[in-house]
Structure formats: C-alpha cells, structure tokens
Design a binder for this molecule. Structure first.
Ligand code: AHR
Length: 321
C-alpha cells in the first residue's frame, strides 16, 4: 500500500516538474526570436494582400522571427505612430512599406538613434540623409509606366488616343512613376489627349465612382495605375454596355492573378507586373545583416509585362499571387 502511494506521489512530482519545464523552454526560444516590426500601407488592393501574406509567411516563429504587424489604413500618420511603437518595444528590425515618398526624416532619425535598422520595401522614400535606412527593395515604377506607354504607342500609332487616367495615392512612388511615364507619353505624342485624371486611391470602389462620373466623356483608353482600379473601371464599362478591349482599351499595373484572368479574357489589354513577394527577400536581407554583412542599398526586382494577345492559362496557373 505504502509502495503504491509513493509511486503515485513520484509520478505526480515528475509530471509537475515536466509541466514547469515546458513554458520555461518556450520563453527561452521566444527570447531567441528576431523581432521585426512591419508597418504596412493598408489593404487597398490584391497586390497589398499578397505582399502582407508574403511577409507573414516569411516572418514566422518557425523561421526564427516574431512579427509585429501594423496596418496603417493608407495613412502616413498611422505609420509614423507604428514606427514609434516599434521603437518603444525595442524591435530588432523595422520594415516599412511607405504610403508616400516624403515625410519620414524625423521618425527614421528616432529609429536610427535607437540603433534599429530600417528596411524599406515596395515604394521608395525621399529623405535628406540616406543613412536613415539600411536598404530598399521594390519596383521601378517609372519603368513600369514607360512600358505601358510604349505598348500604347505601338497599339495606336497615329490614331487618336483619348485617355482617362486613374491615379494611385498621390505622392506614392507607384503613382509618381506611373504618372510620369504617362506624362512623357502625352508630351511626345501629339495624337494623345488627356481627357480626365483623378486619384482612385488604388481601390476598386473609388475607381468605380470616378468612372461613373466620366462615363459620358469621349475616351478610348483607360490608364489605371493598378489592377483594382482597372476592375472598377471595367465594372462601369460593362454596366454601360461597352466592351473593354474593343471600344475602350484598358491598361493596368500589378498583374495579380485576377488581373491576369481579366487580361486573358481581353478586358485588360496590357498589364505591367509589379511584384509583391518581398517576404523572402527581406528575410534574406536580415540574414545578411545578422551575419555582419552589408546588403545592397537599392534593389529593383525584375518584372514582366502581359498582353491579352500573348498571355496563356498556363501563366495564370503558375501565378503565386
Ligand atoms: O506600391 C505598389 C502599389 O500599391 C500596387 O500597384 C498597388 O496595387 C498597391 O496598392
């Protein structure tokens, strides 16, 4: 009897000590994780959702990271607050996908004073002192605009081109580069005419609103600065009984999966890729920094273009976003 009481007590003690050990081990591992604060622009587009997913999949505990994610709902002020909160939490790295190019000097100086490296992704920033960020990786938005313009020049030649221009968020590199590309096209083609231009804020809803307003104007091209705005424009064209790809040519940017489906269908005639898969790229940059190496300061990611005449279902099936 006494033996079995001892046996039960011993088993209980063993179990208690095992139960105590588990959380201690977990918190040890937790301390070893690299803490990354990521300030994301928002959730305005398919591109943005793919970018967030790419970051969340790369920065997992299984990969040795703790990710603190903040969605700024397209507001720079919220991004500045998020960065300050990352500094207070003493994160190891800050990753910033900036809303706009300007206005980062003060808060990045605060991060620098706290000794926290800042990696910029997607859009570019313009600061007085480039030592305020460690490096940047993203798209050549001006090149993207140029490629769309070159395609339009080929497609229309000397024919009249009357353009409705749906811009992204004003002041973002994606808007500035793509708008500058179009402006260059307008200035070198006397048969091109800008019928209307306004910001659809990279969203389908805002683009629909603008297009309902513009629908009675005389136009044959929509230059939408992202796929989601192209979806909004196409919705309105179809509501009005117009056929995109025939009466109206739609040019778009991003080449997300849904954008490519619409390209194959002929609704979008030309789509310029903007690659959102930055998670593994940023993780590779952090690995280099952890190893004491210096990553390349500016890296443009390679990007492609797709036209409704050349795209295939196979390309869509292979699309990761
Ligand atoms: O900065 C990248 C742009 O931002 C993408 O073209 C757009 O879809 C996103 O919201």
């Amino acid at each position: 009897m006494r033996k079995s009481v001892f046996a039960v007590l011993a088993a209980l003690l063993l179990c208690l000590s095992a139960c105590r050990e588990a959380p201690v081990q977990e918190s040890d591992n937790f301390d070893e994780l690299i803490v990354v604060g990521f300030s994301q622009v928002g959730a305005e587009s398919d591109w943005r959702a793919a970018n967030t997913k790419s970051m969340q999949e790369a920065f997992t505990e299984a990969n040795g990271y703790r990710l603190i994610f903040d969605d700024a709902q397209q507001k720079q002020e919220r991004q500045i607050n998020a960065i300050r909160s990352f500094i207070q939490q003493d994160v190891d790295y800050i990753v910033l996908a900036p809303t706009t190019e300007l206005g980062w000097d003060t808060v990045l100086k605060e991060a620098q004073n706290a000794g926290i490296p800042v990696i910029i992704i997607d859009r570019m920033i313009e600061v007085e002192d480039e030592s305020l960020f460690t490096c940047w990786i993203g798209s050549d938005f001006r090149r993207e605009g140029d490629r769309a313009v070159e395609w339009l020049e080929e497609r229309f030649g000397e024919e009249p081109v009357n353009i409705i221009h749906l811009q992204g968020n004003i002041g973002s590199s994606a808007q500035i580069g793509r708008t500058n590309g179009l402006d260059e096209g307008l200035s070198r083609n006397s048969n091109w005419n800008l019928v209307a231009r306004d910001s659809g804020e990279f969203t389908q809803a805002k683009a629909q609103e603008l297009m309902r307003h513009y629908i009675d104007l005389d136009f044959n091209v929509i230059y939408a600065e992202n796929d989601n705005m192209a979806y909004g424009a196409i919705d309105v064209l179809k509501e009005e009984g117009l056929t995109p790809g025939q009466e109206v040519i739609v040019v778009s940017f991003d080449a997300s999966r849904r954008g490519l489906v619409l390209t194959l269908a002929g609704d979008i005639s030309f789509n310029v890729e903007c690659n959102p898969l930055h998670g593994p790229r940023v993780s590779a940059i952090i690995s280099r920094l952890e190893a004491g190496e210096t990553p390349t300061k500016f890296t443009y990611v390679p990007e492609m273009t797709f036209s409704s005449e050349t795209i295939t279902q196979n390309i869509i099936d292979l699309r990761a976003y």
